[in-house]
Design a protein around this ligand. Sequence first.
Ligand code: SF4
Ligand code: SF4
Length: 182
Amino acid sequence: MTTVVTDTPKFPCVSCHTDCCKEYTIFVNAHDVYRLSTGLNLKPESFLELIGAKDYSLGIKVEEGLVDLALKQINGACEFLEETDEIYRCTVNDFKPGVCKSYPFEMKNGNLSQMSDIMCPTDWDLTGFKEMMIPHLKKDESEWMFYDQLVKEWNLKHKGKKPLSEFLKFMLTKVKLSNEVQ
Ligand code: SF4
Ligand code: SF4
């Protein structure tokens, strides 16, 4: 793996062409959609696209089909990626999905590691990111578990007979309620 040399070695993304924001489909969960929607004052339908579910047991059953939620792409990149003079930046940094904040880190056997077999060209200094990333990765994992439960509850109750718009309302209400009790 090649190390990117930059003026700001702690944040190599600054000098990267952010292939991660172009190549990956960014799947989102209930908390991701809630933060983007409330933070940017946007309807979820305006920034989400439906992708045929990869996992039959976890997809959302709605009138539109068995689907997962992902961020829309524009010109082959995430809709929230902006380019000025070949400098790329995320325009929703404060509200970006958990998976974006996590990349390219993961927990392995209780330790922070860099994902293997990925496109990120940087050897990250893991020690410098432990304090920030470990709590984030744990929070992200619990948000995905919350989302999986919520989808199971919806599927069992409605069996694909309601539209996505109803699911989105149900999902955002669940997040709002869970935030209120915390
Ligand atoms: S995480 Fe890696 S691939 Fe993504 S922008 Fe940063 S350096 Fe580039
Ligand atoms: S939300 Fe931001 S970090 Fe995530 S893929 Fe889009 S531009 Fe990249």
